[in-house]
Design a protein around this ligand. Structure first.
Ligand code: MLC
Ligand code: AMP
Length: 484
């Protein structure tokens, strides 16, 4: 039976649960399966405990606790600040102070002095909450910019509902689908699309913990989500890839899917992957379609409600001729409400006539198909689908006493898309083990995926007449974040 519902998580309809119309396997995570009534009962009990808070932090490990914490907050209208489970000292301190989170909901990291509100998996409540205002901020998602500490992207309930409905329509995503993925639960891809999507559509979710080829092969589903690194690793494991032949769609996003990976995946699974493009700030704005053309290297056409255009550096229109490259601007109902505490940066992100400047450069052809060519700035790196600011890593490294100067770049990498390399000029007397010390220092301060894969100790950095480091020279002319 289907229940028409104004709820953000429309499948968690109390009337459906009260009528005994259960979904036995609504969410499977960390080896535990929750039915729809388990999820609603336990998350409502979380809601009761947290309802008086405005904003709470959730240590976003892939566990039942995280799922219940997020759903409980959405039921009660409390803003969630998802925190990467491996966040280091500087990153954690920044996220907590910038967001103003009042407590941890569920698990807290060691050493944090915020109060902890427990999540009890076996508690149940059947209180029915009114639906919070659509404009209420559901999440503050921290994401890196080119410089400085990560910024808090404010996503409203209205934006999430619009973004998910547009995707459900684009992908013909139905309650009969089963979604499989193992992506982190603190970004748009794994959390908003990958957890809230199934709870809105009513399709079961299997979260595999990590997105490994073996785990994907072992989890029967109709839709699989992955970042390009995940798909590339799956193509290197043909037995695992062949298990995915039974799926309805394989969907790639968060970074450019290299054409050879697209082709190999099609060979091994019989499926040309769907590719979609998005950002933390915009959710997903472009996608190819199951019943449409899937052109390798292209990310398709706007989803419902989205408009796009290209502009040159002077703000002048760039023709949509499939060749001319311009800055991609978007507008639509799934866009964010600005960066928390950063009104100037928020204002600069929009044009005067109300379009969001993505920072990506693209071409659009006469049929409205889009190809992402790269990013405007070399300082925004995508590694394994994670967005990483070069400036943030440089600041962390400059905090180490042995470092005099530093430049961080994202070099092309067949597995990760880009790999982080730090060029470092040391102070006198630097120890032999410095490179590894610096890698560990970044993990302690920021997080594991922000560690440089390589530290190159150099005598000087190439600078222009103004003293600015010329990162393109360090990259040897390679185009950052480009499809290879
Ligand atoms: C990594 N390792 C290191 C290291 N870097 N060890 C020493 N020194 C370093 N510098 C370790 C790792 O900890 C890991 O150890 C092992 O090496 C392999 O690391 P890896 O190659 O990074 O692989 P892995 O950990 O498996 O991660 C790959 C991945 C991950 C694809 C699973 O990058 C990932 O989950 N990416 C998803 C990012 C994402 O969701 N982005 C969406 C953003 S939203 P060990 O011991 O753990 O094996 C967005 C909007 C949109 O972009 O459009 O969707
Ligand atoms: P994030 O903030 O982590 O959400 O990263 C958003 C960025 O990821 C975008 O600005 C793009 O640079 C990149 N991105 C996402 N999807 C794609 C895609 N399909 N192709 C190319 N780049 C992508």
């Amino acid at each position: 039976m289907s229940y028409r519902s104004p709820l953000l998580l429309s499948s968690l309809h109390p009337a459906a649960v009260a009528a005994g119309d259960d979904i036995p396997d609504a969410v499977t995570i960390d080896g535990v399966t929750l039915s729809r009534s388990d999820l609603l009962g336990a998350a409502t009990s979380v809601a009761e405990r947290v309802a008086r808070a405005q904003r709470v932090a959730v240590l976003a490990e892939p566990t039942v606790t995280t799922v219940l914490a997020v759903v409980g907050c959405l039921l009660a209208g409390v803003t969630v600040v998802p925190v990467p489970p491996d966040a280091g000292n500087a990153e954690l301190t920044h996220i907590l102070s910038d967001s103003g989170a009042q407590a941890w909901l569920g698990k807290a990291p060691e050493g944090s002095d915020l109060p902890v509100v427990p999540v009890r998996k076996h508690a149940r409540s059947w209180h029915v909450y009114g639906e919070p205002e659509p404009d209420a901020t559901a999440f503050i998602l921290y994401t890196s910019g080119t410089t400085g500490a990560p910024k808090g992207v404010m996503l409203s309930r209205r934006a999430i509902a619009a973004g998910l409905d547009a995707l459900a329509q684009a992908w013909a995503w139905k309650a009969t689908d089963v979604l499989v993925h193992g992506l982190p639960l603190f970004h748009v891809h794994g959390l908003i699309l990958g957890l809230l999507g199934p709870l809105r559509v009513g399709s079961p979710l299997v979260h595999t913990g990590k997105p490994t080829p073996q785990a994907y092969a072992a989890a029967p589903g109709t839709m699989y989500f992955g970042v390009p690194t995940v798909w590339s690793r799956i193509t290197e494991d043909p037995d695992a890839a062949q298990e995915l032949a039974k799926a309805r769609v394989l969907i790639s996003g968060s970074a450019p899917l290299p054409v050879p990976v697209f082709e190999r995946l099609r060979e091994l699974t019989g499926h040309a992957p769907l590719e979609r493009y998005g950002m933390s700030e915009t959710m997903i704005t472009l996608s190819t379609r199951p019943d449409g053309e899937r052109r390798p290297g292209w990310v398709g056409t706007p989803v419902h409600g989205v408009e796009t255009r290209l502009r040159d550096e002077a703000g002048e229109p760039v023709p949509h001729d499939g060749e001319s490259v311009g800055g991609l601007q978007v507008r639509g109902p799934m866009l964010f409400d600005g960066y928390l505490n950063r009104p100037e940066v928020s204002a600069e992100s929009w044009t005067e006539d109300g379009w969001f400047k993505t920072g990506d450069v693209a071409v659009i052809d006469a049929d409205g198909f889009h190809r992402i060519v790269g990013r405007e700035s070399v300082d925004l790196i995508k590694s394994g689908g994670y967005r990483i600011g070069a400036g943030e890593i440089e600041t962390a490294l400059l905090g180490h006493p042995a470092v005099a100067e530093v430049a961080v770049v994202g070099a092309p990498d067949a597995d990760l898309g880009q790999r982080i390399i730090a060029y470092v000029v040391t102070r006198d007397g630097a120890p032999d083990t410095l490179a590894q010390q610096l890698i560990d220092h970044v993990a302690e301060e920021l997080s594991v995926h922000k560690r440089p894969r390589e530290v190159r100790l150099v005598d000087s950095l190439p600078r222009n007449a103004m003293g600015k480091v010329q990162k393109k020279l360090l990259l040897g002319g390679a185009q950052p974040n480009a499809r290879q």
